[in-house]
Design a protein. Structure first.
Length: 134
């Protein structure tokens, strides 16, 4: 992509033109051809041949769009100021079961979640019987 080229007229907001890659249908054609090609391996020869033809046509069409020079489309971009506002003075906290006290991981403090679960599951079976909490 190239950098935007600013252009402004009298009394209009600043606009710029950006060059983007042109849209093409060849990648989906190639994907459909490859899918039919693999489906034809399992089902029948005619599906395989149709998939091979679509895959080749998709490759050739896509490469002709890209090589020797990629096709581009110029798109006009109009800069508009964006203001972000909120009506909340602070973040609201949701209390779920405040009467329950979370004890955390007492056997290995700070080693909860995946690390604690992996550590417990990798211990030998005779050591796991001591990990049962009251």
């Amino acid at each position: 992509m190239s950098s935007p080229t600013p252009q402004s007229g009298a009394g209009s907001p600043a606009t710029s033109i950006v060059r983007l890659p042109a849209a093409t249908a060849w990648p989906i054609t190639l994907a459909f051809g490859v899918a039919l090609l693999f489906a034809g391996i399992v089902t029948s020869l005619s599906v395989f041949v149709l998939g091979a033809i679509l895959a080749v046509v998709g490759c050739v069409g896509w490469f002709r769009d890209v090589f020797p020079h990629e096709k581009h489309v110029e798109v006009r971009v109009v800069a508009e100021p964006v203001t972000v506002t909120t009506s909340r003075p602070a973040v609201a906290r949701l209390e779920i079961a405040p009467e329950l006290h979370h004890r955390g991981n007492q056997r290995w403090p700070g080693r909860g979640g995946c690390h604690g679960g992996a550590r417990v599951s990798l211990r030998p079976p005779e050591a796991r019987k001591y990990l049962v909490s009251d």
